[in-house]
Design a protein around this ligand. Structure first.
Ligand code: AMP
Ligand code: GLY
Length: 419
């Protein structure tokens, strides 16, 4: 029987631990550093995601059979290289391969070099040059910080005054700290977004069922970009050709390109895609499971997660299978997110909820859960139709009593409009 260590502390990691815990091949799941809500499926270990020496010691002492990393920061920082160098079995991209997410400039250069469809762009390290270029563009225009910014480093400027201000904030006023020292300025695309996640080992790409995220903070896609405010799977209203196009023109070519460049990708590759009038285009790549897409995709996935990953690592062919249910989840976040917010309000009603992944809970002196993060809870509904899944999710959202939480009311509506 195997021991698995999941690294991370959000809803994604709760879902990953939940899925490993269901495996007949796994007898112990650890999560570091986790959050107090994950105790139902894992043993919580108090080691930070970037305390590599402690993580290595823990893995060696416990004879961990598989390490799975949730968040991008340790991946971009080279956790896979460090742990593999000690003989630890870890599934995820090397530091070099993680540049696909860690640097938007690298990612765009790769797409350009290998003809992978994406928005036209230019990248800059020099503010004056960026400004000069920007002044020649049409609005709306998209400006992206090169480095990691927790899904918040992208601005879509509606007019030139706003664009110039955003550029100055990023490049001169450290809005996104070092992440914004270099920027990508790219064409604004219109269309419907979807997330295609795939298990990848070198040139082999196993696509999962599509999911759709909701990036903006408020209903009707208003407010700032967030890490994601809700998700559902499958996304049946998109044509099957969109899936095939995303696999054949984006995911597989990028996996092959990474092999050609000498930094083969191993792990979960996330294609943030948009179906435009000119076909499917790449909005971004992430080098890990998406949050909150994972929380719904893993519920739908019939395969044993441990067996699947071990087979992929051992170059055994796999076939992914998904059930025929619909899953829809709603993020409950602290008011103010993705900006600043107050922490620590008590959460009541959790015991009455059918299925919930903890994204950012804490625990107070009385053992009660508190709202401790930006995104706090992910409440899931399941159904035979998307409408049923949505209804079930919101019935459960209503059971949560917490003064500081807010949520979107329109998760899944893009799909429902087509049902
Ligand atoms: P990213 O972090 O690159 O995924 O960007 C965050 C969000 O900004 C995306 O999910 C889109 O909603 C939006 N976005 C990014 N790039 C573009 C683009 N070129 N055109 C339109 N919207 C975009
Ligand atoms: N849900 C988007 C992301 O994980 O980046």
């Amino acid at each position: 029987m195997a021991k698995v260590l999941v690294i991370g502390s959000g809803g994604r990691e709760h879902a990953i631990a939940y899925k490993f815990n269901q495996s007949a091949l796994v007898d112990e799941v650890f999560v570091a550093p986790g959050n107090p809500g994950m105790g139902d499926v894992a043993t919580i270990i108090d080691i930070k995601v970037d305390d590599y020496d402690k993580l290595i010691d823990f893995c060696l002492q416990q004879k961990i059979d598989l390490v799975f990393v949730g968040p991008e920061i340790p991946l971009c920082d080279g956790i896979v290289d460090r742990l593999s160098a000690k003989g630890i079995n870890i599934f995820g991209p090397s530091k070099a391969a993680a540049r696909l997410e860690g640097s938007k400039v690298f990612s765009k250069q790769m797409m350009k070099k290998y003809n992978i469809p994406t928005a036209k762009y230019a990248s800059f390290a020099d503010y004056e040059a960026a400004k000069e270029y920007l002044l020649q563009q049409k609005c709306p225009i998209v400006i992206k910080a090169d480095g990691l910014a927790a899904g918040k480093g992208v601005v879509i400027a509606q007019d030139m005054d706003e664009a110039l201000n955003d550029l100055e904030q990023m490049m001169c006023n450290d809005l996104f700290k070092d992440a914004g020292k270099n920027v990508v300025i790219e064409e604004y695309l219109e269309g419907e977004e979807f997330s295609l996640l795939a298990f990848v080992k070198d040139k082999k790409v196993y696509g999962m069922q599509l999911a759709q995220d909701h990036k903006r903070a408020y209903d009707n896609d208003e407010g700032l970009n967030t890490g994601g405010m809700g998700a559902y799977t499958p996304v049946n209203h998109l044509p099957e050709s969109a899936y095939d196009e995303a696999m054949n023109k984006i995911m597989k070519p990028m996996a092959e390109a990474m092999v050609t460049e000498g930094c083969p990708f191993v792990g979960v590759l996330y294609g943030g895609c948009m179906l435009t009038k000119d076909g499917v285009k790449t909005i971004e790549f992430n080098v890990r499971f998406g949050d909150p897409e994972t929380e719904v995709i893993l519920l739908a996935m019939k395969n044993d997660l441990y067996e699947t990953i071990m087979d992929i690592l051992n170059d055994k062919p796999i076939e992914l299978e998904f059930d025929d249910k619909k899953y829809l989840g709603v993020v409950m976040a602290n008011k103010g997110y993705p900006g600043t917010y107050a922490k620590g309000a008590p959460i009541n009603g959790l015991d009455d909820v059918d299925l919930c992944f903890h994204m950012g809970t804490g625990i107070d002196d009385h053992g009660n859960y508190t709202a401790n993060g930006g995104r706090v809870l992910f409440i899931v509904g399941k159904g035979d139709s998307l409408l049923e899944a949505k209804t079930n999710a919101y019935v459960n959202v209503e059971k949560i009593k917490c003064d500081t939480l807010f949520y979107r009311h329109d998760i899944g509506d893009k799909g429902l409009n087509h049902e």
